[in-house]
Write a protein of this length. Structure first.
Length: 363
């Protein structure tokens, strides 16, 4: 009888205590620590130039828990502190035109990420197999002076547009994978003639520096594991008086060669830095998203690049691609729009104090 009487009293007291504790928690004004992100130093980058087009087509992105999340925010949370964006001169559908680039650059800026601008100097893809003159420039395809002026004008126009809209640019590629020059045939490089290519490169370099004097300009070619491609190019450019601040390289290992390819690339970074007294950047890297070696490859490359003071950073090319987008299978998201473990190599081990502001003043 006595025990039966006390039980409801004890339960009521416990309930009152619980409500009081919950109320105290809800009224607690002690600031909660927020995640902070290290956006300095070694560039852990991603080229996301396809992102806006993918979003327009309905692509969605999800974190490891399956919650839908903005892709660039998700990449930042995975450790990506830098974003690379390509620019085409007059793209037919507007993607990778300067308005599209600005929209993505603003998103990166608001996340505190640093920005690389990759000029293709073409209306579409420029790479080792094609360096097509933009349609609007074909009238002076044989006139070096007018072509230099066009390169300078386009470079100035895009970068000034970004700067006027509050975008800081840290790196600028003067051409994309210009393995044998740019704006063919006028700017085609050969064993005994680098002069036209060097002149066109310098037109872009000088225009870029006029808008962003502190930005680092990059000459970028493919196959970072093949030393001879780089020494041929940069020996020739040096003799021709070309200007650059950083040597950029691409690297796309396969399952049957990734260990040798990465060994050679890491060795080449040191060799090139010493030979030309310049910094090096891995501007593009990728491997099949479902490769059992992709995680090990990326971990090896990130660790190897970070350990070399001559290497400024490494950018994964279009990691957000999934589901057969443009038939590209070297993204770092799975078929369901979730990131794979490949980008875990970017996760920073450095923890900043919650009271320390980010470089941009944003958390």
């Amino acid at each position: 009888m006595k025990i039966s009487f006390l039980k409801p009293i004890l339960l009521a007291a416990f309930a009152i205590f619980s409500l009081s504790a919950c109320s105290d928690d809800e009224n607690n004004t002690t600031p909660q620590s927020k995640p902070t992100y290290d956006m300095t130093g070694f560039a852990k980058g991603a080229d996301v130039s396809w992102l806006s087009e993918m979003e327009k087509a309905g692509s969605k992105f999800y974190n490891a828990s399956g919650a839908e999340q903005d892709c660039m925010t998700l990449l930042r949370d995975l450790g990506v502190n830098s974003i690379r964006l390509r620019v085409w001169v007059d793209p037919q559908d507007g993607w990778s035109g300067k308005q599209d680039v600005l929209a993505k650059a603003w998103r990166a800026k608001n996340l505190g990420q640093r920005i690389m601008i990759d000029f293709h100097y073409s209306d579409s893809w420029a790479d080792p197999g094609k360096q097509n003159i933009p349609a609007a420039w074909t009238g002076f395809k044989d006139d070096l002076q007018k072509m230099k002026a066009a390169v300078a004008e386009h470079t100035t126009d895009v970068l000034s547009f970004l700067k006027e809209n509050g975008i800081d640019v840290e790196w600028i590629q003067i051409g994309n994978e210009t393995t044998t020059g740019m704006l063919w045939p006028l700017g085609l490089a050969s064993d005994n003639n680098f002069s036209n290519y060097a002149a066109l490169n310098n037109a872009g370099y000088d225009a870029a520096k006029a808008v962003y004097p502190e930005a680092q300009c990059i000459v970028h070619i493919d196959q970072g594991n093949v030393l001879g491609r780089f020494t041929w190019m940069f020996d020739g450019l040096k003799v021709a008086g070309a200007k650059w601040d950083v040597i950029g390289m691409s690297l796309y290992p396969e399952d049957d060669n990734w260990q040798t390819v990465t060994d050679d690339c890491l060795a080449n970074i040191s060799t090139l830095a010493a030979r030309y007294n310049t910094k090096v950047m891995v501007c593009e890297i990728g491997m099949a998203y479902d490769s059992e070696n992709a995680v090990a490859m990326m971990q090896k490359m990130v660790e190897g690049c970070k350990a070399n003071a001559s290497c400024l950073g490494i950018f994964y090319w279009e990691p957000e691609c999934y589901g057969g987008w443009k038939e590209y299978n070297k993204g770092a998201f799975d078929a369901n729009g979730k990131p794979t473990a490949t980008l875990d190599a970017f996760k920073s081990k450095k923890v900043k104090s919650p009271s320390q502001p980010s470089p941009s003043g944003r958390a």
